[in-house]
Structure formats: C-alpha cells, structure tokens
Design a binder for this molecule. Structure first.
Ligand SMILES: Cc1cc2nc3c(=O)[nH]c(=O)nc-3n(C[C@H](O)[C@H](O)[C@H](O)COP(=O)(O)OP(=O)(O)OC[C@H]3O[C@@H](n4cnc5c(N)ncnc54)[C@H](O)[C@@H]3O)c2cc1C
Ligand SMILES: NC(=O)c1ccc[n+]([C@@H]2O[C@H](COP(=O)([O-])OP(=O)(O)OC[C@H]3O[C@@H](n4cnc5c(N)ncnc54)[C@H](O)[C@@H]3O)[C@@H](O)[C@H]2O)c1
Length: 456
C-alpha cells in the first residue's frame, strides 16, 4: 500500500466526546497525536445526541413554533461546533484525518491513503441506533436520532418505539411542540431508574398529554396510507404519521476490522479490562464503543483516563467511580451512585434510606413548585447513592457526585452552610436527617448536656 506513514505517540479513532478529550489531553501534554474521523467532528453528542435533543426540549419549553425550534437546534449545534472543530484541533497541534479508519495489523491503522503506526491507539468510535428485530421495521419509513433533527414537517402524531431516555426526552420535546405522542415500551419506561422517581416523571408526562404504553412489546410494523402503524404483541394497533425508533444502541465496530489487530468484541462493544485496555494491550477502547454506560461525561472521563495510562503509564480503573446520569424530562431525574435497589443488593441491612421531599423545601414552596424528592442511600455515615427528582435535579445532584467520588462522609454535607432559601438545601436536610435519630433519639447527648449543666 502506498501513501504516507505516520508514527505518532497516539492515534485516536473517532472525534466524538471520548476521542476529542483523549486527543486534546494528549497533545497538550506534548504527545504527537493523529485523530481520525470518518463522519462529523463532535460525534453523536454534538450532531445527533445531547446538544440537539436538549435544544429541542428547550425550544419547546420556550414556546417556539416548529420551524423556529429546528432553527434553534441548528443554531445551538453551530455555536458549540467550533469547540470540536478540525481547525481547533489542528490549532492544538493534532493531525486530523477525515476518513474511516480500520486496522490492517496489530500495530497498524489505515485511514484513507495514510498508514498510521502509533505507539498506542484509542478506539472511540461511539454507537449507532440499534434496529430492534421487529418484522416490517426494515421497510417502514422511520426516524432515528440521526435524522430526527433534520428539517422535516411537524408530525401530527409521533409514535416512539422505546421508552428509554431518548424516547422519553423526545416524547416531551415533541409534545411541547404541539405533536400528539405515543410511546410504546416493551417493559417499564425509564426501566433503569428508581421506580418511584421514574413514576413521578411518567405521571407528569402523561399529565402533559403523552400516551405511554408499558409492557407492550412491539411485534410488527406496517406502512399505512398516511404513515405508519405499530402492532403490539397483544394485537393493539397504534397509528401515527411518523415513527421514531429509540430502542437502544449498538457499538460502531463494523468498519474497524478488529480481528486483524487481535481485538475481541461482543454485542455491547470492545472487550476491555477495568483499565480500558482491549485484548491488544496497545489499544484502548473508550466511551460508547467500550460497552459501558453510554454518556458523554463517561466518554470524556475515559478520554482523560487513557491519556494518563498511555502517556504516564499510570494505573487507571473505571470500576470505583460513581457515575451520574440525568434524564432531562420535566421534572428532571438525576442519579448518582447506586439506586435504592442496587444499594440494597450491595449493602443489605447496613443500608439506610432517607427521603426528603421538596414540599419541605422553602424555596420550592415560594416558587409553588414542590414536586419531587431526594432519596439518600447511606452506609456507615457515607453516601453510596442519591436519587433526585425535581426541577434542576441534574445541577442539584453535583455536590453528591463530589462527595461520593472524593469518599466524603455525610458530615461534609451537614457542616456546609447552604444559602437560604435554595432548592439545594434539600441535600443538607437529607444528610442531617441521617444524624437526627442518632443525636436526638439516643440518651447519650442528653446525659452529657445534663452533666455539663451541673458544672460551674
Ligand atoms: C438522542 C441522544 C441524546 C443523548 N443525550 C445525552 C445527554 O443528554 N447526556 C449524555 O451524557 N449523553 C447523552 N447521549 C449519549 C452520548 O451522545 C454518547 O454517550 C456520547 O456521544 C459517546 O461518545 P463517544 O465518544 O463514545 O462516541 P461519539 O460521540 O458517537 O463519537 C464517535 C465518533 O467516531 C466516528 N467513527 C466511528 N467509526 C469510525 C471509524 N471507523 N473511523 C473513524 N471515525 C469513526 C463517528 O463518526 C463519531 O464521530 C445521548 C445520545 C443520543 C443518541
Ligand atoms: N439524558 C441522557 O443522558 C441521555 C439521553 C438520551 C440517551 N442517552 C444515552 O443513550 C442510550 C440509548 O438510549 P435509548 O433510549 O435508545 O436506549 P435504552 O436502551 O435506554 O432504551 C430503549 C428502550 O426500548 C425498549 N424496546 C426495545 N425493543 C422494543 C420493542 N420491540 N418494543 C417496545 N420497546 C422496545 C427497551 O425495553 C428499552 O426500554 C441510553 O442508554 C443513554 O445512555 C442518554
């Protein structure tokens, strides 16, 4: 094969959330970096994921019309795009190649005409919408997150196959923009979340007019005269003029020729150890391609970790850090660390669960927005999980993410002075409630106070 041969310290395949973090970190530490991107710089999050979905939600909340909402989505992407652009990365000193990469051997990657023989490589190729095995779906016209934000007419009734985070967030966005929406979910909608928190979100979505059908596996899809129909296993037929398939993801590995490099993978992604190394020790896999939790902040965190490992040869591990997630529904649902059920499995009787509602939060009362609660899972004076549902939950959960990643005790939260009146006071109140029975329910503090009161 002719063409140039590059021998960088690091070759990163994929310029999404994970790949960009790895490339930016490595080049700024003095490494030579080649970044290969076959599609759009910025990957899913910027172009077809987080950014357009949150922009569409916000456009609906602001009461924009359909055309203005789609224009706002394009504007949001365009405003953020320079940060992820080829020009910015070349400015940092990264060699950017716009081509699809594939392995040609254990230590060689081909990208267009260029051959790359890096010291270390990172697979950061992300994921794509999975097509569920529903007969008829292959021929029925449908949207996925890759086409949902393109210019298109407003659907009168949108059917959504799948009630995970994409299905639920996009149901809310379309409802806000005036569409009738039906979500059809095989199991429980938001099935990964704490059931009580998910129920609150789903109740509010139903109250806003979204139809959500649970325990309704879709068995068949058909094209109708005016659009599409989904037929559930129980025979119920649901018709709409557009269909969004949001039924999970599959890793983007087909183009990579992994076997040539001795890299093993399964349906979830590249097989990696807890240090993100694949079965080829010189090749890491990060983000959605690595088969773990699929979030931008996880991909970005992975990007930082592999720089640490590849450049400084420092040990890294991914199995000890609590990973937060937020579903941007109304109200928001945020989770840090373990859910109650997970904490119960992990800690059994040692687990204490404390629940505080926003109806006891003065700011929420003054705003007349008291829906939601915080659930704290604590073991021996330390938080192991927090579920927060309510307006701004994604921001309110951050002190708990800090507390858990830094291994802080609940006293770190109780000793903080929380400004009054803020919704964030709910955290201090929950942490305080952990100590209430210990302090006021035990005879010892009272005995000590009595004893001391006898002293001059
Ligand atoms: C609708 C939607 C909403 C979402 N909302 C959120 C959210 O609010 N918060 C959140 O944290 N996460 C969200 N996510 C998830 C988030 O987008 C992903 O977890 C994140 O983008 C993963 O980053 P990544 O770097 O692993 O992959 P990507 O960002 O997908 O980047 C992978 C890149 O690799 C390129 N590529 C693939 N194969 C090759 C190849 N062979 N050669 C060269 N380049 C290649 C692709 O073109 C792509 O640009 C959302 C996802 C979707 C679909
Ligand atoms: N706010 C966020 O952070 C955010 C937002 C959107 C997406 N994401 C990420 O993207 C990932 C993918 O999201 P998703 O919602 O596509 O996937 P998902 O796997 O979370 O949910 C897909 C849902 O589709 C259902 N389903 C599958 N086949 C079905 C069938 N035949 N009939 C009816 N229902 C069926 C599943 O039971 C599941 O509940 C998420 O796991 C998340 O990590 C994150």
């Amino acid at each position: 094969m002719s063409g140039p041969v590059l021998t960088p310290d690091l070759c990163v395949i994929g310029a999404g959330s994970g790949g960009l973090s790895a490339a930016a970190g490595a080049v700024q530490l003095g490494a030579s970096v080649v970044l290969v991107e076959g599609g759009e710089m910025g990957g899913d999050c910027l172009n077809f994921g987080c950014v357009p979905s949150k922009a569409l939600l916000a456009a609906g909340a602001r009461g924009l019309g359909w055309e203005d909402a789609l224009a706002h989505v394009r504007e949001a992407i365009a405003t953020i795009a320079p940060h992820d652009s080829q020009a910015r990365f070349e400015g940092l000193g990264v060699t950017v190649i716009r081509a699809w990469a594939r392995f040609t051997g254990p230590d060689e990657i081909q990208a267009g005409e260029t051959r790359i023989r890096p010291r270390r490589a990172v697979i950061a190729t992300g994921s794509s919408p999975a097509a569920p095995p529903v007969p008829g779906l292959e021929t029925v016209p449908h949207l996925t997150n890759e086409t949902l934000f393109d210019p298109r007419p407003r659907p009168g009734r949108l059917l959504i196959l799948g009630g995970g985070p994409i299905g639920i967030e996009m149901a809310l966005a379309h409802r806000r923009l005036g569409c009738a929406v039906t979500v059809i979910e095989a199991g429980r909608a938001l099935g990964r979340e704490d059931p009580e928190a998910a129920a609150l979100v789903l109740t509010s979505l139903r109250a806003a007019g979204v139809e959500i059908l649970e325990d309704a596996p879709v068995a068949r899809a058909e094209t109708t005269g005016t659009g599409v129909a989904l037929i559930a296993e129980d025979g119920a037929r649901h018709e709409g003029d557009a269909l969004l398939v949001a039924a999970g993801r599959r890793p983007n590995l087909d183009r990579l020729d992994l076997a040539k490099a001795g890299i093993e993978a399964g349906p979830a992604g590249v097989r990696v150890d807890r240090g993100l190394r694949s079965t080829n020790r010189r090749v890491y896999a990060i983000g959605d391609a690595a088969g773990g939790p699929q979030f931008t902040h996880v991909a970005g965190w992975h990007g930082g970790l592999v720089v640490r490992s590849a450049l400084f040869r420092l040990p890294i591990r991914t199995d000890r850090t609590p990973i937060p997630r937020v579903t941007y529904a109304s109200p928001e649902l945020a989770q840090a660390g373990l859910t109650e059920a997970e904490a119960r499995d992990a800690h059994g009787d040692r687990l204490e669960v404390i629940r505080e509602t926003f109806s006891g939060n003065d700011r929420a009362v003054t705003e007349g927005a008291t829906e939601g609660f915080l659930k704290l899972m604590a073991v021996k004076g330390r938080p192991v999980g927090v579920t927060l549902v309510g307006p701004g939950a994604g921001d309110l959960i951050q002190p708990w993410v800090l507390a858990m990643s830094a291994g802080l005790k609940l006293t770190a939260i109780t000793s903080m002075i929380a400004p009054y009146p803020t919704r964030g006071e709910i955290s201090k109140r929950a942490a305080g409630a952990y100590f209430t029975p210990r302090l006021f329910g035990s005879p010892w503090p009272k005995r000590i106070v009595r004893l001391l009161s006898k002293l001059p």
